[in-house]
Design a protein around this ligand. Sequence first.
Ligand code: ZN
Ligand code: ZN
Length: 155
Amino acid sequence: MAAKTDIETVKQTFSDYLRKMKYRSTPERSRVLDRIAEYDRHFSADELYMHMNNLGDRVSRATVYSTLDLLTQCNILMKHRFQGESAHFELSSRMPNHDHLICTECGRIVEFREDQIKKIRNQVCDTLGFRPRTHSLQIFAVCHDPSTCEYNQAE
Ligand SMILES: [Zn+2]
Ligand SMILES: [Zn+2]
């Protein structure tokens, strides 16, 4: 399933980025990254903050938010905005090149990998004279099976 994230490599990438941008490398920022590595799914900034708070980490909400921004800027994290929800994050290395299918009724998010999409992305970049880096595709659909759709179950 998910690719095992090499946290030491990720940490090195982050500290290199902080140094390059002349940001301070603090134990709090490092702790945020450790906690993120424990997730094998999407999470929101508030979820992460609550999680850290519950575990007794002494990190302010502002630090969590600003660290998430920095991690997104250096591509360690992918930031998604699923239908009307607050932003969700996940490690880029967690499951490279996957996309998301979202049920517009129950909000269920299914992750999938389809090589054709990457091919098309590369073709489009080629045609328009760009070098592809990443992409983010969201397909909005409705659960086919009513028994798995929470919205339909409520009916
Ligand atoms: Zn995902
Ligand atoms: Zn559904």
